[in-house]
Design a protein around this ligand. Sequence first.
Ligand code: DGY
Length: 324
Amino acid sequence: MEPNNKIFLTRDWHEEAVNYLCDKKYQVITWKNITPPTESEIINKLKDCVAIISEFNDKITNNIINAAPNLKVISNRAVGYENIDLKIAKERNILVGNTPGVLVETCADFTMALLLNIARNITYSNRDVLKGKWQSFYQLPYLGFDIYNKNLGIIGLGQIGTAFAKRAINGFNMKTYYWSRNRKLDIENEIGINWIDNINDLVSNCEYISIHCASTPETHHIIGKEQFALMKNVKLINTSRGPTLDQDSLIDAIDSGNIYAAALDVTDPEPPDYKSKIIHHPKILITPHLGSGSSETFKKMAMMAAENIANALEGKKMVSQVKL
Ligand code: DGY
């Protein structure tokens, strides 16, 4: 087999994408273990490959890229790509792809599910049911908060933040505000969301807050102690990336009443340390990075990652190419 035909997939989950690439006569090597490959395992598999399909938590490092002389395409099966060393990819003229768009509605649905869950104590009360504590009709320990007509603050108005805002505005009549690096007048006019030009003003005025920004040095701990101190009884959702939130200060913020409950689909690190307090806190709901995880979207993202590779290798326009 010609070395320029080999593609490495860091998981063995994407049969349709593999079939698609095999039909195009590529040789696809998949990583068979459930545990993701380490840096040295990726180096070993990728050394004579032309392309890789990676997941958001595979760190595609300088070492990996340097050890793969034939590498032409890095295709992340994710919208985020902070796991890839873009500087070295650019130096080597390697094309980088990602999978935005197809996951937007799925992630927005999930964010709404988390909001409803923590506002109305769904998982919180279910934990008691599982312990046999439902012995009579007694709602008091589980009284949550209304959602309809309440104030919602969105941090980062990209495609997912916007799709979530639409659900909140159209489905729940929420008065919805946002902070984003750039003001988005067209979206404001289209969906009826309001701009607040400073995060601290946003968090002081909203009972619900949802984080949707990308993880960059500027957004590291964009919600931290200073913002927690300004909040009152907030229901907080993070489906972006763990480092956007100062997780260590979260428990204090709950204990002092600034936060009522938090739903974290992303943590820092992932998975969290099982001995850490956030895992066991009854008012923190943690899900295992499931935002894009519907059966349909899982497949669509894998197919898009495969198409990105085929298009790039065949000299066509990638479905979504990351600007380097
Ligand atoms: C993404 O696409 O970046 C998700 O977080 C991984 O599914």
